[in-house]
Ligand binder design. Structure first.
Ligand code: THU
Length: 159
């Protein structure tokens, strides 16, 4: 028997420390929370995807009275980007969440299904997608979706 340790690297920033482009993408995600449709959870999430051509496609969570029919902000934004620009790789995604009248303190982290969808785009274009997770207290920057999904399942597993 052997044990293996899988490490994930996370850079922790304050907003002011971030490069301007990252600040802009986070602001685009924050702007989206006001358009979220989240009457059931009250948890309003915004996501903004930056494409390699500089375009930003943003979205928010869309809930449904049949709860599993809801969709998270990350998937709305990434599917939107991939639907509109099927040939342009994504280079970054920012995520922010607003609940109980304020942006959450701790960085908001994507659910497992969203990680899987973001990974598909990363693999599809063979380009790492940088992840910016916004919290009022601190911001996490992660270099690749693969760091968020160790031991992931991807198209290479289907060969
Ligand atoms: N949600 C997102 O949109 N993104 C996340 O990263 C976490 C959760 C949504 C799903 C649901 O509408 C609400 O937040 C509460 O889970």
């Amino acid at each position: 028997m052997q044990k293996r340790v899988i490490e994930t690297r996370v850079s922790v920033y304050s907003f002011d420390e971030l490069p301007t482009g990252c600040q802009q993408l986070i602001n685009a995600a924050k702007e989206q929370v006001s358009n979220a449709y989240a009457p059931y959870s009250g948890f309003h999430v915004g996501a903004a995807v930056l494409l390699e051509n500089g375009e930003i496609f943003a979205g928010n969570n869309q809930e449904n009275s049949a709860y599993p029919s809801s969709l998270c902000a990350e998937r709305v934004a990434m599917f939107y980007a991939n639907a509109r620009r099927p040939d342009v790789p994504a280079s970054a995604i920012a995520i922010a969440a607003f609940a109980k009248g304020r942006f959450v303190d701790e960085p908001v982290t994507p659910c497992g299904s969203c990680r899987q969808v973001l990974l598909e785009t990363e693999i599809r274009f063979n380009r790492n997608i940088k992840v910016l997770l916004y919290g009022e207290k601190e911001i996490y920057m992660i270099d690749s979706i693969k760091d968020l999904l160790p031991l992931s399942f991807g198209k290479s597993n289907l060969k």
